[in-house]
Ligand binder design. Sequence first.
Ligand SMILES: [Zn+2]
Length: 325
Amino acid sequence: MRTLFGLLSLLLLSLPIPAMAGEPPMKVILLGTAGPEYFPDRLGPATLIVAGGQVLLFDCGRGVGQRLYESRVNPRDISRIFLTHLHGDHFDGLPELWMTPWFLLGRDHGFDLWGPEGSAEMVAGMRAMYSHDLTRRVNPFNPVQGLDIRVHKVAAGTVFEHDGVKVTAFPVEHAEGNPAFGYAVEWQGRKVVLSGDTTYSEALVTAARDADLLVQNVIAFSDRLDGKPEMQGVLAKLTTPEQAARMAQLARPKLMVFSHIVTKDLTEPEAADRIVARTRAAGYAGALVIGEDRMTFELGDTVTMAPPPSLETLVPLDSKDQRFP
Ligand SMILES: [Zn+2]
């Protein structure tokens, strides 16, 4: 009996675990796909991953609260946040996401926040900046516990594991943005990998091997900017289409989507066309998507993509009793 059970356990452990019947698939929403630039239709970098009923937010770029709302995710429901690094464009949206759902939407819990060395100091600075609200907006309806932030310093390896969802951090290479991390998120045999901000990285190739979805930063300028000496620094700290092609050729994700798209003076659709053309010319023939804000991916046996939902039926979200339909 023991032997049979043992053999069965071994067999089960060695097989990829399929998503349980009836359970929603792992979902990824690109909340913001820009870099620091002001674009008409892209906001700052932020990616939401939903797996097994758990909601994990990666980076908090400008407008993240607005994009959550527009994606029909109540900003009040965010409690776990992972920062890739401490460049401000990756947490510009954090103060608003911290404050507004607390006093407006009745959030009664704070955040667990994972980030690199320096994150605790950043959070302390944010608390100082909001000291007026922290002392005068607290009342029986807005308890101060709703503003707690527990900071967890990220190092390479597993940083989060709960009810089958595992988040692994790996160091990447982002010049003066270091320490910088990418993240792999796994659940029931599915894997999403976020490059974070990085140039070509062996660690990223290793982490992204056979991932279902690779969310990859990309930088591509016009010919005019490409040759400017002052642009060489920024070009060297992010991933060019050619580097992305090389990494994806090695890692072979089911789908690569570009997000945190840094194009400076290039505008759409020329920017997207050039990025795709350069990636293809560099030899990557796998599935490739140019990310858009609020685009959603579902990870089943195949990766399916849904366009951003219409904003027409979106109602104001202005009180704690409201629910999205
Ligand atoms: Zn950065």
